[in-house]
Unconditional design. Structure first.
Length: 365
């Protein structure tokens, strides 16, 4: 009788163990499925972030925030080589640890991972230990996963996630993290051209105005706060004659005087840049074209009323300096939020280039 009871108990225990294994498999399957669903949602948020009217650096920081929130990551850091040094593009780690985090490429523990383009998982085995790359902190992170980032087989940096818990990433689905890593790479690649444009913005030597590139980066973000705006391009039509007949220094003076008068008369809410050469652009953010016409006519009249003396470097001491007034040709068009502003300016530029040499008017296209 006792033997039968023992056999029955052993059978029950075996059945419970099998049942427990099945339940654990279902839980793992559910967790994996849940992670994949989360990954799809994260991918969608990545795409939304890319299309946002934000700077390239802001987009990277936003993406890192999404990763931290959606995957419940304690610490997440994205480091990219910018051509001169490794720079932290996004992190939620205290700034005092940044020097360590942006030099992980030189740590022996990660060199093989970089060479083979494979992730590296490390963890401490007991409290009181620290990860190999940690220099000054003991309690911040106890496990970490390091992902080298490559674009077209070129190593460009790394993504590292950290946890304050021992063995915290033992059961994490690395295939999901690989997808996330690839999404990070795609985002970096997508916004690379935007970052280039933002970094080449310069102030014009003679006018102090921002260059054309500003209009396509920070300027566009400001303009796109409104549904409809008006873009104006105007050109000093007689600048070539001025340069040839009065001298290039005088031509520079004309460009400077023109920009100064316009700056004095437009609102700080509008964007005024030197487009190229004798062409300038004013973006009237949130203003309909009808509201710009009269204002630009006033500006045009003021510019053409300027009387500019020949620069002393362009004539001899025994000569009388000549005088000149600029001739201005203006073209206006509507701009709609989200459309290609570079296409809009190209259209305006083509109009001015093809306009008759003696045309100086307010035009609409």
């Amino acid at each position: 009788m006792i033997i039968l009871v023992i056999i029955l108990l052993v059978a029950i225990i075996m059945l419970l163990m099998i049942y427990n294994m099945l339940i654990n498999k279902k839980i793992d399957k559910y967790n994996n499925l849940n992670q994949k669903v989360v990954s799809l949602n994260v991918l969608q948020e990545f795409m939304n972030t890319i299309s946002d009217e934000k700077s390239a650096d802001d987009k990277i920081r936003k993406i890192n925030e999404i990763l931290i929130e959606k995957y419940d990551i304690k610490y997440s850091t994205i480091v990219v080589y910018n051509g001169a040094e490794y720079a932290i593009k996004a992190t939620n780690v205290d700034v005092k640890h940044w020097d360590t985090l942006k030099n992980l490429h030189s740590e022996e523990i990660f060199k093989e991972a970089i060479q083979t383009a494979t992730p590296k998982y490390i963890t401490v085995e007991k409290e009181g230990e620290r990860l190999p790359y940690q220099k000054m902190e003991f309690g911040r992170a106890k496990s970490a996963m390091f992902f080298p980032l490559y674009i077209d087989n070129v190593y460009i940096g790394y993504w590292i996630i950290e946890s304050g818990i021992l063995h915290d990433f033992d059961k994490i689905d690395t295939t999901v993290l690989e997808v996330v890593k690839n999404n990070i790479i795609s985002v970096i690649k997508t916004i690379e051209s935007q970052s280039i444009v933002e970094n080449i913005v310069r102030d014009d030597l003679f006018t102090g105005l921002k260059s054309e590139e500003y209009l396509y980066s920070e300027g566009k973000r400001k303009i796109d706060q409104f549904t409809t705006s008006t873009i104006c391009m105007f050109e000093i039509k007689n600048i070539v004659d001025i340069n040839e007949n009065l001298g290039r220094h005088t031509g520079n003076d004309v460009i400077t005087k023109v920009s100064e008068l316009v700056k004095q008369n437009i609102s700080a809410d509008y964007i005024f840049i030197r487009y190229m050469g004798p062409k300038f652009v004013i973006a009237f953010s949130g203003v309909e074209i009808e509201g710009v016409s009269e204002f630009m006519q006033t500006i045009k009249n003021g510019l053409e009323s300027l009387v500019i003396k020949q620069n002393e470097q362009d004539y001899y001491e025994d000569e009388e300096p000549l005088e000149v007034s600029p001739k201005i040709n203006v073209v206006l068009t509507n701009y709609y939020k989200g459309t290609a502003i570079e296409g809009t300016t190209k259209k305006l530029e083509e109009y001015l280039n093809l306009a008759p040499q003696d045309e100086n008017d307010i035009n609409y296209i």
